[in-house]
Write a protein that binds this ligand. Structure first.
Ligand SMILES: NC(=O)c1ccc[n+]([C@@H]2O[C@H](COP(=O)([O-])OP(=O)(O)OC[C@H]3O[C@@H](n4cnc5c(N)ncnc54)[C@H](O)[C@@H]3O)[C@@H](O)[C@H]2O)c1
Length: 438
């Protein structure tokens, strides 16, 4: 829900960023923010830190930085915390993840060592490849949610935060479909008390977050906040939610390339994508049940961008396949190959090969930063429920029932900036203006 332009509460005081999961993505994010604060590195990949926004007519030449135009929490005002089923502090977890070089980690070691995980809500039933002992106990799922709410309140108090946000950076859970327990808040709360197996740990975190008035963004493809009961709670408590699955790596490339093919009305007969990666995420995704959750998230992208229903002659027979292979030697440095069989004038075939040697968590960390700052902004702007304007950051953007998600990266970016312009009382930019002739 987008309110009319209104006076938005300024970002005053500290913002606590809580992440379920102290793994590769979250520790790369924490370490990066500390390194940037110390002047050791640049926030590359972050819109909130680097991008500018055009205001008014082109002739006006007004292009402030987003962070100067919108009241966002400053990097010095961020405080980090989280939960994990392994007891390693963020420095140890970052060393294990092997994303950042040791010399850089040593320079932020003191900051990272202070981030110690709280005990997780975890069950092996939902992430089969992990086993840890730093796990909460309770007689039912409602009691576990209450323990999380206590953690949240304690963290806020101890760190003197004025606001909090929660971003799911924990492992991908097994594939779950919406069932009766997800249909209303009443059914969901009953399910929490009765230990309904359809309620996964990520949903318990989300429930605790929203009950505490803390916005929640989901970086994994799990259902988590994408069902009616949680939306009901978000609306009731006036809290923002967003998801799902950070848009990095191969899917980022897809949502850059596919809009171009469609714009030029080039056909596509097949798009085969395969990956090798060797981090813990790769190990979790090696389990077919967790992979299925990821696969569903990755497969929707092309259909929504290309609209075979509207362009049957170009995309009606598109064969789309996605594979993820766990390959330990590569660690976090994933390699993603795409083979794209396209067709042009008179149906003549052509091929494009993409070989992206990327770094998963390096691409994900600035997304976590931007989401933390924008979710906090949304909350201060009085918004609630799904923050569709943040679709830019997700592989599988959440939308209200009956709406089609927007996957095209460039449309997503225009939408994001137009929402900012609108909320700050500026004209939206449609690129339809005739100022050249004025
Ligand atoms: N890296 C990327 O580019 C990228 C892109 C999109 C989505 N994601 C998703 O982000 C998530 C994090 O990725 P990562 O590379 O940091 O993985 P990771 O395996 O390094 O870290 C995940 C951490 O979550 C912990 N965990 C699992 N279940 C938990 C629970 N219930 N409560 C608390 N902690 C729990 C694990 O112990 C682990 O330390 C994954 O779900 C991944 O699929 C990552």
């Amino acid at each position: 829900m987008i309110p009319s332009p209104a006076k938005i509460q300024q970002a005053e005081g500290k913002l606590g960023v809580l992440t379920p999961g102290l793994g590769a993505v979250s520790t790369t994010f924490f370490a990066g923010v500390h390194a940037i604060r110390r002047g050791l590195a640049q926030p590359i990949g972050s819109l909130t830190q680097l991008d500018s926004i055009r205001l008014g007519k082109r002739t006006e030449n007004r292009n402030p930085k987003i962070k100067d135009f919108v009241s966002l929490a400053g990097l010095d005002d961020l405080v980090f915390g989280g939960w994990d089923l392994f007891q390693d502090n963020a420095y140890e977890a970052a060393c294990n993840a092997g994303v950042l070089d040791q010399p850089l980690l040593e320079q932020v070691k003191d900051d990272l060592e202070k981030i110690k995980p709280m005990k997780a809500v975890f069950s092996k039933d939902y992430v089969k490849r992990l086993d840890g002992s730093w796990v909460k106990e309770g007689k039912n799922k409602m009691e576990l949610a209450e323990q999380l709410m206590e953690d949240i309140a304690r963290f806020k108090e101890e760190n003197g935060c004025s606001r909090l946000v929660m971003i799911w950076c924990a492992s991908t859970e097994i594939y779950l479909k919406e069932g009766p327990v997800h249909q209303s808040l009443e059914a969901f709360e009953k399910g929490l008390r009765e230990n309904d197996p359809e309620i996964a740990p990520s949903m318990i975190y989300a429930y605790a977050s929203l009950k505490s008035g803390v916005p929640f963004a989901n970086g994994a493809p799990n259902l988590t906040v994408d069902f009616p009961a949680i939306r009901e709670l978000a609306v009731k408590n006036g809290v923002c939610i967003a998801g799902k699955d950070f848009k990095t790596g191969q899917t980022l490339m897809k949502t850059i390339l596919a809009p171009g093919f469609r714009a030029r009305q080039l056909g596509i007969e097949g798009w085969f994508s395969t990956n090798i990666l060797g981090n813990r995420d790769g190990e979790v995704l090696d389990d077919p049940a967790s992979f299925q959750t990821k696969e569903v998230s990755k497969l929707g992208v092309l259909e929504h961008i290309l609209r075979p229903d509207l362009n049957p002659e170009l995309y009606g027979d598109l064969y789309h396949k996605v594979r993820i292979n766990y390959y330990p030697p590569r660690g976090d440095n994933k390699e993603g190959w795409d083979n794209i069989d396209i067709k042009g004038w008179l149906g003549y075939p052509m091929q494009i090969k993409v070989d992206f040697l990327c770094r998963d968590s390096i691409l994900a960390a600035p997304i976590v930063l931007d989401l933390a700052l924008f979710m906090d902004f949304s909350q201060r702007a009085g918004m609630k429920d799904i923050q569709e304007w943040l679709s830019f950051y997700f592989k599988s953007p959440m939308v209200a029932p009956g709406l089609r998600p927007q996957h095209d990266l460039f449309v997503q970016l225009s939408k994001l900036k137009n929402v900012l312009r609108y909320l700050l009382g500026e004209d939206q930019i449609t690129n339809l203006g005739l100022e050249y002739y004025e």
